[in-house]
Write a new protein. Structure first.
Length: 150
């Protein structure tokens, strides 16, 4: 009954541009602090994504989760081959260049919606993009105006 929506900046261009990732998540075999998309030992996890804006080497996604596994979005997007910018745990060793450094994961909890537990009244809370993420997206848009992406 809880709807969680996120915004993520990911490496590459997911194909298809929108989809459903339904891969179990469990502890990584070699690192107990890390999670892994593993169908053998994992628990069910479902992530929905939709491309909002494509840049030359990055894509801005809207992401919704139907389950709430540890690091779910980060694990699922990395498993898909499109890790989140600035993710030092699940990201690429050599990500595509960014016009500004990503000092943290470019993943933002944009909206939370649920029904009030007593009245049943729908409640929704939104949060604007943090300044560092907005600046990075603006820089990517500016770079695309200078060198249009294919």
């Amino acid at each position: 009954a809880v709807r969680k929506e996120y915004v993520a900046l990911v490496a590459g261009r997911p194909n298809p541009p929108a989809g459903r990732i339904e891969t179990p998540i469990g502890r990584a075999a070699g690192d107990r602090k890390k999670m892994s998309a593993t169908p053998i030992r994992g628990r069910p996890a479902v992530t929905l994504y939709e491309s909002v804006r494509r840049f030359a080497a990055w894509t801005l996604l809207r992401v919704r989760i139907e389950t709430g596994r540890t690091h779910q979005i980060r694990v699922h997007l990395s498993h898909l081959g499109h890790p989140i910018a600035g993710d030092r745990t699940y990201g690429r060793r050599s990500p595509p260049p960014l016009p500004l450094p990503a000092a943290r994961q470019m993943l933002h909890a944009a909206e939370l919606a649920f029904s009030h537990p007593i009245t049943g009244r729908p409640l929704a809370f939104t949060a604007p993009l943090p300044a560092d993420m907005r600046s990075l997206i603006d820089a990517l848009e500016q770079a695309d105006r200078i060198t249009p992406s294919a």
